[in-house]
Design a protein around this ligand. Structure first.
Ligand code: ZN
Length: 248
């Protein structure tokens, strides 16, 4: 009850109470919103491999562990990344598989992960957002040469999972057409609407496949023993001077 002399609660007390209750009802336990939208089609929303991950973070910039968890869904990623694309979906399915192996309780500790990812706009976004790894903390390594593979390590235990897309899942036609479009644009040449429509169609086909087929057919998970995570290979100790004072 609000402080005061009236036996009735004050207007501001009731307003605050209603607002608080409303917030609790709208977000009961951090559930991800998965409704169909113009950028999030029904085939993605309803797909069998589209299940949110459950994450734990900290309360604030200087906060302790959250006491509750929250969900992070594919639609959240599409919204923040800018679109639902095949790269985002591949990353989502692969990273979720890695997390399932690393966290027995099903709760992804986003304070405790470092990740190696391919250098792609979609994969880097997904890896950072889903794992909490970041370039500025030197916990997200971006490798130009890596294919559709992620290496995910729990910092506290050193346990490391490598997850890769199986051969043959990525269609050759998609690869060929994407290379041709990029090469034409790099030369400053235009690309036809038909080509862009076709590549988008192929990307959606791959996304549908990733979200509907058995995981065993799509990806391979393995554990890496004694994996040493290096943020990059640029800063190393000088190797050509270590023996300069050794006897002749
Ligand atoms: Zn993308």
């Amino acid at each position: 009850m609000s402080p005061g002399t009236s036996k009735f609660p004050s207007y501001s007390y009731l307003k605050n109470l209603i607002t608080r209750e409303k917030k609790i009802i709208e977000a009961p336990s951090g559930h991800a919103e998965n409704g169909v939208d113009w950028f999030y089609p029904e085939w993605a929303a309803d797909a069998r491999n589209n299940r949110p991950i459950i994450v734990r973070d900290t309360d604030s910039a200087l906060g302790r562990y959250n006491q509750q968890t929250k969900e992070l869904g594919l639609k959240d990623l599409a919204r923040v990344h800018g679109h639902l694309c095949d790269g985002l979906v591949i990353a989502y399915v692969l990273l979720k598989a890695a997390f399932d192996h690393l966290f027995n309780d099903g709760i992804v500790d986003r304070t405790d992960l470092q990740v190696v990812t391919k250098n792609s706009p979609c994969m880097v976004d997904a890896a950072g957002l889903m794992s909490g790894a970041r370039i500025n903390f030197q916990t997200l390594r971006v490798e130009a040469q890596l294919e559709n593979i992620f290496i995910v390590q729990r910092i506290s235990t050193g346990q490391t999972i490598r997850v890769s897309l199986n051969d043959g899942v990525f269609p050759e036609e998609t690869d060929r057409l994407a290379r041709r479009i990029r090469a034409e644009r790099a030369k400053g040449n235009p690309v036809s609407a038909e080509d862009i429509d076709r590549i988008e169609e192929l990307h959606d086909q791959l996304s549908k496949k990733m979200l509907s087929e058995d995981l065993d057919r799509l990806l391979t998970v393995s554990e890496l023993e004694d994996y040493k995570f290096h943020f990059n290979d640029l800063y190393v100790g000088r190797g050509d001077v270590i023996n300069k004072s050794m006897p002749r």
